[in-house]
Design a protein around this ligand. Structure first.
Ligand code: GLV
Length: 326
């Protein structure tokens, strides 16, 4: 029996390649330059599985072009790059990588929060510049994180990992979500539910942990930033499109909020020039980028593919109905 043909749009890590290569005939798109759309479309034509990144758009055009495709395995937890209903319509299983990146992503949201509050970008630039004249009483004074109020928008796995970190910093934790969580969960995380607007008004740090969906798209509209405290910071490690970026720039320019820590942008890799301000810490979408976590993500994607070809249900199906009755 020939092995099933798989396209991986990136080289992946050795541990993940080992899993895939044992069962499949895999074409890896390697190289420093991201593969072009045309190249992906050309190479996926005869493949039964696609291992892809969040930068690969899996839409009707791609699916139409790959009639043998049975599974699309995203190496990411967010899957707004995949048209899941279109996959379902064509009987293609779509999978993601939940669970393994929660703590690493929360670590990074915390990093951004600390960095912007304590002005680490400005401080590092000064320390390297050769212009530092020594300790001074009011030099680069920032804001405390400990003891403040953290507002978590989206109280899923990553939002809850944020709440756990907050207790070590003696913070008050507020959260908002489409649904209030069970009382015992609130109690164990010392988290209080607020509606979105109240959370914005009460928090010193607002950290976003929602997936990008039609409901969350643009939820941080311009007026929302004007509800925040002038001393508050906005942290985003979810997806750029949950934010009206022009509105965020306007709020920063008007001094309506104190600063922001951003890892994600609406049109990556483009970053609005207005966001490149001293009181904004900018990162290039690396919240889950520890070697341990990225390796696990790639391995999970590989296992989702091999499970299907072994006749099992892939562990992280986004459209389980595709295999119902099979
Ligand atoms: C990264 O942004 C992910 O969704 O895994």
């Amino acid at each position: 029996m020939p092995k099933p043909k798989v396209l991986s749009t990136r080289a992946l890590f050795p541990a993940a390649r080992k899993i895939l290569d044992a069962d499949c005939d895999v074409e890896y798109m390697t190289g420093d330059v991201r593969p072009s759309r045309e190249d992906v479309l050309r190479r996926v034509k005869d493949k039964e599985a696609l291992v892809c990144l969040l930068t690969d758009k899996v839409n009707d055009e791609l699916l139409r072009n790959a009639p043998k495709l049975r599974v699309v395995a995203n190496v990411a937890v967010g899957f707004d790059n995949i048209d899941v209903p279109a996959c379902t319509k064509r009987g293609v299983v779509a999978t993601n990588t939940p669970g393994v990146l929660d703590e690493t992503t929360a670590d990074f949201a915390w990093t951004l929060m600390m960095a912007v509050a304590r002005r680490i970008g400005e401080g590092e630039a000064l320390a390297r510049s050769g212009k530092w004249t020594g300790w001074d009483l009011d030099q680069l004074v920032g804001a405390d994180v400990w003891g403040k109020t953290l507002g978590i928008v989206g109280f899923g796995r990553i939002g809850r990992a944020m709440a756990r970190r907050a207790s070590g910093f003696q913070m008050r934790v507020l959260y908002t979500d489409a649904q209030r969580v069970a009382e015992d969960v609130e109690q164990s995380l010392h988290a209080e539910f607020r509606d979105f607007d109240s959370l914005l008004a009460e928090s010193d740090y607002v950290s976003v942990h929602v997936p990008l969906t039609p409901e969350t798209h643009g939820m941080f509209s311009s007026p929302k930033f004007f509800r925040m405290k002038r001393t508050a910071f906005f942290i985003n490690t979810s997806r750029g499109a949950v934010v009206d970026e022009a509105g965020l720039v306007a709020a920063l320019e008007a001094g309506k909020i104190a600063g922001a820590g951003l890892d994600v942008y609406e049109n990556e890799p483009f970053i609005l020039p207005g966001l490149k301000r001293p009181n904004v810490v900018l990162a290039p979408h690396i919240a889950s980028a520890s070697l341990e976590t990225r390796t696990k993500m790639a391995c999970i994607a590989a296992e989702n593919v091999t499970a299907l070809f072994r006749g099992q249900r892939p562990p992280n199906m986004l459209n389980p109905e595709v295999l119902n009755g099979k």
